[in-house]
Design a protein around this ligand. Structure first.
Ligand code: PLP
Length: 454
């Protein structure tokens, strides 16, 4: 048995963490999360935290689901692994694909598996370029994405994403990917410009990029229905219909990244359904297994699938763990739980609206809060110095970090990104859990304001 101190020392000596300043980690030591149950996580010292992030936007059915452990155990005993290369398969990815085709928008009937959202976006990028090559248009390979987008951490994921810091460290992105403005009215709308007009203008930046490159050179547009890691940026209602119109007009494929929004978060199975988007590919991962196993599923629309199948020839792409039987067994059980407990419907009709109301009535009026926003159980609180002028506290991000630290000290795990405080809780949250979160966040805001305005 190791003490916390020992574990922290070993961790700092041997374990490189994702998205972490290792010098800071060495000085502070990591928090060891050792147990979790329902909506709560517990650290090694027994501290209980309400998990406002569902792990990393993924534990939609909450913690402690022994049914998922049993599904994995049964599958491991029977058939722990076999691949789906070379015209083989195991049964669970077959059955999961059928289930996903039933849940997905109606133009989607095929699935390609990986182990992570990043891998799945690599697959999507390769697949759309392969599609145009099969269609005899190999030059139609440019992808349009957005600044502040997050599409994962592999080379292709980083290149598709629009995070400056990540691009700088990459030192050379995958070619032929361009980034246009994000649809975030609070920050980018012009004086006097309403949300509707701003949404159209943001969408038309995609049209401008298509015209600049020439439509004959543009393969696809990729976007998260709601930008997640970029700060839960919710586009105006006018945005997605205009994007759809532009993609159709120029015969540009529409790729959605629903790694966060998939499987109930927005109050529908997919945000494509919430926003009425017809996509050619939908990248999903995370909540597909509620994070209990690593698994991603790229949902592929009929247009691309028909070409891929009918033209024949091999698509030279795949992962050892594509369609992993254990991960797929867990996904099937996870989707069964979401359905059985009516979690998607509950987010749509009950907890989603109640969450929005809590943010508006209890949080929005606070002196540090410029804006609150949410769809379903995904929301953000924008931290400002001055509500009227939207002036930020400098340096960027420092205020949100202060609020986050007070939140954690008061039993509320949430995330800070830029000046946004982010919430993406398990879908098992009830009205009582939402009230508890509201109280803890308000307390954190008060304490942070006291420090910041000293
Ligand atoms: N796409 C989006 C929208 C994400 O939020 C993430 C991860 O947070 C990814 C892709 C990458 O997924 P993964 O971390 O599983 O590779």
């Amino acid at each position: 048995n190791y003490s916390l101190k020992q574990l922290q020392q070993i961790d700092a000596a041997h374990h490189l963490h994702p998205f972490t300043d290792h010098k800071e980690l060495r000085d502070i030591g990591s928090r060891m999360i050792t147990r979790a149950e329902g909506p709560f996580i517990y650290d090694s010292e027994g501290t209980e935290l309400l998990d406002g992030m569902a792990g990393l936007w993924c534990v939609n059915v909450g913690y402690g689901r022994t049914e998922l452990a049993e599904a994995a155990y049964e599958q491991m005993k029977e058939m722990p692994y076999y691949n789906s290369f070379f015209k083989c398969s195991t049964p669970t990815p077959v059955l999961l694909s059928k289930k996903l085709a039933e849940l997905a928008p109606k133009n989607i009937n095929q699935v390609f598996y990986g182990s992570s959202g990043s891998e799945s976006n690599d697959t999507a990028l390769r697949l759309v370029r392969h599609y145009w090559a099969l269609e005899g248009k190999p030059q139609k390979n440019r992808i349009i994405s957005r600044k502040m987008a997050y599409h994962g951490s592999t080379v292709a994921g980083t290149s598709l994403g629009g995070m400056d810091g990540m691009h700088q460290q990459l030192g050379g992105a995958v070619p032929n990917i361009v980034h246009v403005m994000m649809p975030y009215a609070y920050e980018l709308a012009l004086p006097g410009e309403n949300d509707h007009d701003f949404g159209l203008r943001a969408a038309r930046s995609v049209e401008d990029a298509i015209l600049e490159a020439g439509a004959e050179n543009v393969a696809a547009f990729i976007g998260e229905p709601i930008m997640g890691a970029g700060g839960v940026k919710i586009p105006p209602e006018s945005y997605w219909p205009e994007i759809q119109r532009i993609c159709r007009k120029y015969d540009v494929l529409l790729m959605l990244d629903e790694v966060i929004t998939g499987y109930g978060r927005t109050g529908e199975w997919f945000a494509a359904q919430t926003f009425g988007i017809e996509a050619d590919t939908i990248t999903t991962a995370k909540a597909l297994t509620s994070g209990y196993q690593p698994l991603s599923a790229l949902l592929v629309g009929d247009r691309i699938a028909a070409t891929l199948v009918d033209k024949g020839g091999e698509f030279y792409h795949g992962y050892t763990y594509s369609g992993h039987p254990v991960a797929c067994a867990v996904a099937l059980k996870n989707l069964e739980i979401i359905e059985r407990e009516g979690l998607v419907e509950r987010v749509k009709t009950d907890t989603g609206p109640y969450f929005a109301q809590m943010l508006k009535e209890r949080i929005a009026g606070h002196g540090l809060v410029g804006e609150v926003r949410s769809v379903g159980l995904m929301g953000a609180i924008e931290i400002v110095k001055d509500k009227a002028t939207k002036e930020r506290i400098s340096p960027v991000g420092s205020a949100a970090v202060a609020v986050r630290d007070h939140a954690i000290a008061n039993g509320m795990m949430m995330r800070a990104t830029g000046d946004s405080m982010i919430l993406s809780p398990p879908l098992i949250w009830t009205r009582a859990t939402i009230d508890m979160a509201g109280e803890r966040i308000l307390k954190a805001l008060d304490l942070a304001e006291r420090d910041l305005r000293k």
